[in-house]
Write a protein that binds this ligand. Sequence first.
Ligand SMILES: Cc1ncc(COP(=O)(O)O)c(C=O)c1O
Ligand SMILES: [Zn+2]
Length: 417
Amino acid sequence: MPIPSALACVRCGARYPLDHFAQDCAACRAAQAPANLTVAYDARPGEGLTPAAVPARPASLWRWQAFLPATADEAVSLGEGNTPLLPAPALGLGDVWIKDESRNPTWSFKDRLASGALTMARRFGARVIASSSSGNAGAAAAAYAAKAGLPCVVFTFVGASPPLIAQMRAYGAMVVTVEDKADRWRLQSAGVRQRGWYPTSPFFGPVVGSNPYGMEAYKTIAFEIAEAFDWDVPDWCVLPVCYGDALFGMWKGFEELKALGWIGRVPRFVAAEVSGSIAAALASGAAMPPERARNEASIATSIGASQGTVQALDVLRRCDGRAVTVDNETLARWVVTLGTREGIWPEPSSAAPFAAIERLRAQGVIAPQARCVALMTASGLKDTSVIETALPPAPVVRGGLDEVLHALRDVYGFADG
Ligand SMILES: Cc1ncc(COP(=O)(O)O)c(C=O)c1O
Ligand SMILES: [Zn+2]
């Protein structure tokens, strides 16, 4: 395990102490481009290891402990990571693979973040875990806090998806609902600054991203993808993006593999977003993604924030990536397409990468032969609203098989012979 030596700014490289995880880079904030911090080490992560010598155990992301700030022995783990990478030929999008993060313990990729953040929370002697989340991050924080034996406060808002709130409560989190979304950060901020609560999520604006130790665990998505393709990485990685935590973490993971010589190049990235904030900054050359108010609420509530982050924007600039803005109609179509053609049911935000690949293939930005990996970040069971409206309700049938055959024809258009 490499020893963490500092938290370094993702933008200017300024170094801060290891316990600076509840703050951003003071220099970049003064320069109007607030930026997150990331873990820096005393030695190159993975140094001395070879691809063939990466241990198979434990069966979690902690098998990559040679790249992480803590050991597998001290990890707060529920068996996160090791998710399948599945070919998706029936989507009509060419060479596309789905990294199915809905197979994680709380059915989203946020389990990686929570495992990384809670492991270090214990190391720092945290007493209380705090998260502001409309859903997946809060559910994951709640589960991993339970596993760590720590109390967890989750700030959420009126109108968040009911299954997600139930999930947080099931893991024993103290869920607090506010009417105005903006209040969540004000309250969490007071808890962190006045009571020393340990934050796993963003809690001040302009937003920079999440806890650096949690983000570090997202590197393992890149490691798993590279290993699955026998170290011949895909051309593009396409993600639903809100704060760009996973985008930054994956990019950092590929960079580390390249520095070791395990891979020859780093994939290009696409941020599929609903606000258009990162796309606007890429087009204008701005240092900070602008706030972008929308007329219509997005069905992808998990990525519904109106402003992107510097950490996401900078990765796209470094890898010549793209940002694609997706609308509700297209998202709903991809939710249904994935479920009915590939047997994978994404929550609405997780359908965004497929809409982005479709658009970029049509524009010729992603070449016809190029290989893409789409990050399928969370399960459709988190938010069933698209299915309720996009597909016919199940008919109630009385009588025998004739009535069943009628219903199949009338409701589903299916003629059996
Ligand atoms: C299902 C899902 N997909 C994507 C995202 C975006 O994640 P990130 O903040 O890493 O960009 C989130 C949460 O923010 C989410 O819950
Ligand atoms: Zn900085």
